[in-house]
Design a protein around this ligand. Structure first.
Ligand code: ATP
Length: 335
């Protein structure tokens, strides 16, 4: 596992009037997924590609476990960082197995049997039964299957870091949702530190432990999905993440935000974990016809309070009010 730390990282392309990435600092904790979102041209890909030095920074530092990537040999560095892009880039004349093992072969240190075992293990991991897919050629795969092979190839060397640049951008909505679920499942096993560029805010919410919002080369806000929804730094973030969108609030804000003050037990003992989204709590209240649910700490299961339809409604109204006040404040400040 590895931590990535950006320290005032800047990229000024020659001849450009402003930096593409402008003194950005933040950290991606090891084993977490950080989503990079923002409008087109805001610097997401540039930031991502500076990590494996496909693009050289103009100033600042990128530290991987405290070591500046600039001090590393770029080829060595790339062997330890998986890279997945939209145009998967499989070699058409090589089988699936050959495409996957090529990265491990380049890195060296594997014998034939180990390589074959590794390929099968990775194919299993990405959900392609080895016996069926090992010998196929890329043209015999669907777009989603090619993307799975791309993932397997990126994981072949067991890198601590994965860089993903709109990997699912070219897939239809259903396949994309399936790939997102697969990535979440794989991440539960492999615990990589993942930096993921996305144009799809729902994808960012679904996958991100953190979401970094970029605009014109600057980091506007970084936080958890719920941070961004409930405390957007400005109007740009509010619009981008849809903080006014009630359904999104219900989907992502946890019940712990809507506790009633009285920490009393519910009469029939219906329980719910504190990280359950409001929407799920509402459905459970409707389904069970219970007046309230007991909210339990997601770690130690202690009783934190209760949640009711009223308390959920109160939270939503309060969130709307906060949003309206923030808009007023932003407008006043702009005058
Ligand atoms: N090689 C380059 N030379 C000069 N300018 C570049 C180069 N690559 C990117 N840029 C500029 O840098 C800025 C940031 O580009 P970048 O591709 O990082 O943005 P992005 O947020 O990934 O965009 P998109 O979402 O459209 O892919 C843009 O203004 C782009 O025109």
């Amino acid at each position: 596992m590895a931590t990535i730390a950006f320290r005032e990282i800047t990229k000024q392309y020659r001849g450009a009037s402003a930096p593409a990435v402008d003194s950005i600092s933040f950290e991606v904790p090891e084993g977490s997924i950080c989503m990079l979102v923002g409008t087109s041209g805001s610097g997401k890909t540039t930031l991502l590609r500076m990590v494996n030095r496909l693009i050289e920074p103009s100033s600042g530092a990128i530290l991987i476990d405290g070591k500046n990537v600039i001090d590393e040999d770029p080829i060595q560095l790339r062997r330890h960082i998986g890279y997945v892009i939209q145009q998967v880039g499989l070699f058409p004349h090589m089988t699936v197995a050959e495409n996957i093992q090529v990265t491990a072969e380049i890195a060296g240190g594997w014998n034939k049997r180990q390589l074959a075992n590794r390929v099968d293990e990775l194919l299993e991991l990405v959900g392609l039964p080895p016996a069926e897919y090992r010998k196929r050629y890329p043209r015999q795969l669907s777009g989603g299957q090619q993307q799975r092979v791309g993932m397997a190839r990126a994981l072949a060397n067991d890198p601590a870091i994965l860089l993903m640049d709109e990997p699912f951008g070219a897939l239809d909505a259903i396949t994309r949702a399936r790939m997102q679920d697969e990535l979440k499942r794989i991440q539960r096993d492999v615990h990589k530190t993942i930096l993921f560029v996305s144009h799809d805010i729902d994808e960012a919410f679904k996958l991100g432990d953190q979401i970094a919002v970029l605009s014109e080369g600057q980091l506007v806000q970084i936080g958890t999905p719920v941070d961004l929804l409930t405390r957007p730094a400005n109007d740009f973030v509010r619009q981008l993440v849809g903080s006014d969108n009630i359904l999104r609030q219900l989907q992502y804000v946890p019940v712990s935000a809507a506790l009633t003050e009285q920490a009393t037990n519910t009469p029939d003992g219906k329980k719910i974990s504190s990280d359950t989204p409001l929407l799920e709590a509402m459905l459970k209240l409707f389904e069970s016809n219970a007046p309230a649910l007991s909210v339990q700490d997601k770690e130690n299961h202690s009783h934190l309070g209760t949640v009711t339809l009223d308390s959920i409604n109160r939270e939503l109204v309060q969130a709307r009010r906060n949003n309206a006040e923030n808009i007023d404040l932003a407008e006043k400040n702009a005058l």
